[in-house]
Design a protein around this ligand. Structure first.
Ligand code: ATP
Length: 565
């Protein structure tokens, strides 16, 4: 995707119409200069015909230019908006690993800085087109006056363009470097916004991030941006200088070359007339250079390629069993290593997760629990082996087919203000659930939207749980949901919520470290260094049957029944 094809790809018809109007404006410019020249030759009595010609030519220059600009302004603004939407879609269409390896700082930078730079350049396109048309029109006029003058002009311009390339190339190098500094800058800024608490507590680190990180990167960013833009400006001034020099050369050498005084007047008039449009065009070139760098940077993200996972959904609309069984068959996921060492492998794992069962995935930190969950959800395609949905390999159905059956609450959950849309969900049901989770008086749901999400970490997770339960998805996955909950709600989660979901025929998978509840599970998958190992005997603790909170029976919860999308 380059800058012009970006515009042209949106609406060819608009581009063609805008260019036609631009060309008309350029042609009218040519006529206008010719008319001006004729008027200058007969200043004592220009006559009505010249007056009418002047009015028509001037009106056409302005009107055609305005039409071209308006068409391009609309197109430019729509292009930027579509670019932003496309970028969001492509990010969400990309494989999780790709997103993780790009990192949030770079994605943020793409969605804000790059799109902003492109917006600036795209907004300049109408001016650029209109003024370029005027410049081209004037050139054609010069050619019509005298081929010698046009050739002389083109010779000067060719030398100018060749020399123009030198600073422009160098400017490109600086702008590309500046773009890289910008990514680093976003990483530092992310530390400031996400690590505020830690930075407030640690003066040395604060100084390292602010002075060393933001400060030093900022210096490099300022240096390379300034050099890049300055070089473009110098190149622009050089172009303008050559243009003016061509007037001097023509005026001094023109008569010796056999060019008439009238033609030389016309030439001077044309060159002076296009001086302002030319300066405008040359001033817009740095913005185009920056936009080209931003586009290259967007292209280098290589988004939207979830290899092997994007296949049509052949089973849409067909009858399916209410429950969804997931299974892993020799499924393994390999993390490539950044260093010389071998990366980390989770698997190969064979496991079944059947409807109406509760599986606990347990193991030490870094043993591979979350990775297994991501494979099971279709977020990570297995490096080898397969994930199956109701016995059909995901590779045959597409990961989307799997993902649409799962509601997950991950350890680093992002809470949306709105509940997942589900036909059976109503506000009352959501509010009943909120009340069961001790959130009444704090949060209400109105028209599917939480009244607030400015809550504690544990409370936000309760809201995410409400969303998952109301989603009606047949598979539920919780990654250490209870870790942030107080003992009362932790107990409620394990002894009421999870068994209730199981009773409804859902396939429930919970990653946990809470060994006192392991006895509640139908199966416990224990991971060690990426492999499933035999768990130690899981015993029901004394009095385990009485752990449900008084008055909070499974029946009192009333979440909707599992359904297939
Ligand atoms: N984004 C990543 N890039 C590279 N390697 C990773 C990444 N995430 C995890 N790993 C590797 O995979 C291993 C397992 O990570 P995973 O998050 O699955 O562990 P976990 O059992 O969920 O740990 P925890 O209990 O701490 O959440 C890690 O030890 C690490 O070596």
């Amino acid at each position: 995707m380059n800058f012009l094809s970006l515009l042209a790809s949106r609406s060819r018809a608009t581009v063609v119409a805008a260019l036609t109007a631009g060309l008309l404006s350029g042609a009218a410019t040519m006529v206008l200069i010719a008319v001006l020249q004729k008027i200058l030759e007969r200043l004592d009595d220009p006559g009505t015909r010249l007056l009418v010609a002047f009015i028509v030519a001037a009106a056409t220059v302005l009107l055609a230019g305005a039409v071209s600009s308006v068409l391009l302004i609309r197109l430019a603004q729509r292009t930027v908006q579509e670019l932003r939407m496309e970028l969001c879609r492509r990010i969400l269409d990309s494989g999780m690993r790709r997103i993780e390896s790009i990192g949030t700082a770079r994605l943020q930078s793409a969605l804000t800085d790059d799109v902003q730079v492109i917006t600036t350049a795209v907004s300049g396109v109408p001016l650029l087109t209109m003024n370029s048309a005027i410049v081209v029109g004037a050139f054609v006029y010069i050619g019509m006056l005298s081929l010698k003058m046009l050739l002389g002009m083109l010779a000067v311009l060719t030398v100018g363009l060749v020399l123009y390339q030198l600073p422009v190339r160098r400017a490109g190098v600086h702008l590309r470097r500046a773009r890289e500094h910008q990514d680093v800058m976003h990483r530092h800024l992310e530390s400031v916004t996400r690590g505020t608490k830690e930075l407030k507590l640690d003066r040395d680190r604060r100084s390292a991030v602010v002075d060393g990180g933001v400060g030093e990167t900022g210096k490099s960013l300022v240096r390379d941006t300034t050099r890049g833009v300055a070089l473009y400006t110098i190149a622009g001034s050089w172009g303008q200088l050559l243009f003016l020099a061509s007037i001097g050369i023509m005026l001094f050498a023109g008569t010796r070359l056999g060019i008439s005084t009238e033609d030389l007047t016309g030439f001077t008039l044309a060159v002076l007339y296009i001086n302002t449009p030319l300066v405008t065009v040359l001033n817009l070139i740095p913005a185009l250079g920056r936009a080209a760098t931003a586009l290259r940077s967007l292209n280098s993200l290589e988004l939207g390629d979830e290899s092997g996972l994007h296949v049509p959904r052949p089973r849409r609309g067909e009858e399916e069993p209410a429950g969804v069984a997931l299974s892993l068959r020799a499924a393994a996921f390999d993390y490539a290593s950044d260093t010389e060492d071998a990366g980390f492998r989770v698997g190969p794992i064979d496991a079944d997760f059947t409807p109406g069962t509760l599986t606990f995935v347990v193991g030490g930190n870094g043993s591979g629990k979350t990775t297994l969950a991501k494979m099971l959800c279709g977020l990570y395609p297995p490096s080898s082996g397969e994930v199956r949905v109701n016995g059909t390999p995901v590779r045959d159905t597409g990961a989307e087919e799997l993902r649409e059956r799962i509601a997950g609450v991950f350890a680093d959950v992002h809470l949306f203000r709105t509940l997942p849309s589900h036909p059976d969900t109503d506000d009352d049901e959501a509010n009943r659930l909120l009340s069961r989770l001790g959130m009444d008086g704090k949060v209400r749901v109105h028209r599917g939207e939480f009244s607030t999400i400015a809550l504690s970490t544990g409370q936000r997770k309760r809201l995410a749980l409400v969303g998952a339960l109301l989603s009606g998805r047949p598979v539920l996955l919780f990654d250490e949901w209870a870790a942030d909950q107080d003992p009362e709600f932790r107990d409620f989660f394990y002894t009421v919520v999870l068994p209730m979901m199981r009773e409804q025929g859902r396939t429930v998978v919970a990653i946990t470290h809470d060994d006192r509840y392991f006895y509640l599970a139908d199966q416990v998958l224990k991971l060690e260094r990426g492999m499933v190992v035999e768990p130690a005997d899981v015993q029901a603790p004394v009095g385990a049957g009485g752990t449900a909170l008084p008055g909070r029976s499974a029946q009192a919860l009333h979440p909707p029944h599992a359904h297939t999308p």
